[in-house]
Ligand binder design. Structure first.
Ligand SMILES: [Zn+2]
Length: 272
């Protein structure tokens, strides 16, 4: 009996690793109440990534929202993955199996690239999934332009063509219109915000840290650490499956869980 109890405890401890840390342990058993039982907040193997009620205070409208961090005290970070050159089925399987919330910002030219095409920075396209790969990830597919230009070098009309064109392409291929915009290289100006708003975006999303090969986190803060609400930037580049798995483990070891960026922004962004 004692052995069985130990095993149950171990199983609980293991599953708690991937559960949101805010969920309190189930209360000790008490005399059965007469009221109908409510479900206890038991650890779930699939973290929902949703904010708890009242966790996020809604922003006041003050121009087009530019987001680089989510204001929360909970140990939660957000994973975003950009461009889309590598379309690795192994990575897609992990995302679906583990239910880790991610938000994807693909560029049309990367998604539609043909085998062998140079992806810049020495990366080569090594996938073959195209838009169905991104649609089938089952995560929000957001806007990262058609051709990945430095938007500051473009005039207002060209910026609008890049952002609206990508919005239309995503809606056509994925079946949902994107609501978030991320500027390539994090480079933008006032015309970018106007264009993003006109193309139906709700916010521009930047990041607080980027993830390099071997799951190395390049922090933008001098303390070189993760903070609650950090938005991490990864790229669809090889070996994404390996690096993503290492990154998830590394972040969980530090006691953080993964938030659903779109759900947090639903609570955070001003209602128009
Ligand atoms: Zn990019």
């Amino acid at each position: 009996m004692r052995r069985a109890f130990t095993i149950i405890l171990t199983a609980l401890a293991l599953s708690a690793c991937s559960a949101p840390p805010a969920a309190p342990p189930p209360p000790p058993p008490v005399a059965a109440p007469t009221a109908s039982p409510t479900p206890s907040p038991s650890p779930s193997p699939t973290p929902s990534g949703l904010p708890v009620p009242g966790e996020v205070t809604r922003m006041k409208r003050d121009g087009f929202p530019v987001i680089s961090t989510i204001p929360t005290k909970r140990k939660v970070v957000f994973l975003t993955i950009d461009d889309g050159w590598e379309q690795d089925p192994g990575f897609a399987r992990i995302v679906r199996e583990r239910g880790i919330p991610i938000t994807v910002f693909p560029t049309r030219d990367a998604v539609e690239a043909k085998d062998g095409q140079e992806a810049g920075q020495g990366w080569k396209y090594i996938g073959a999934g195209g838009w169905p790969y991104f649609r089938d990830l089952g995560v929000p597919i957001e806007n990262h332009t058609l051709t990945h230009p430095d938007l500051r070098t473009l005039g207002p009309d060209a910026q609008r063509a890049e952002i609206c064109g990508a919005a239309k392409a995503i809606e056509r291929h994925v079946g949902r219109a994107p609501e978030l915009f991320r500027p390539p290289f994090g480079s933008w100006n006032a015309a970018t915000l106007t264009a993003a708003e006109k193309c139906g975006m709700r916010a521009m999303v930047l990041w607080t840290a980027s993830v390099q090969t071997d799951a190395l986190i390049a922090y933008q803060n001098p303390e070189k650490r993760l903070y609650p609400g950090d938005i991490l930037l990864l790229h669809f580049r090889p070996p994404l499956e390996k690096d993503f798995t290492r990154l998830v483990r590394k972040i969980e070891r530090r006691g953080f869980s993964f938030g659903d960026l779109n759900a947090y922004l639903d609570d955070l962004l001003p209602v128009s």
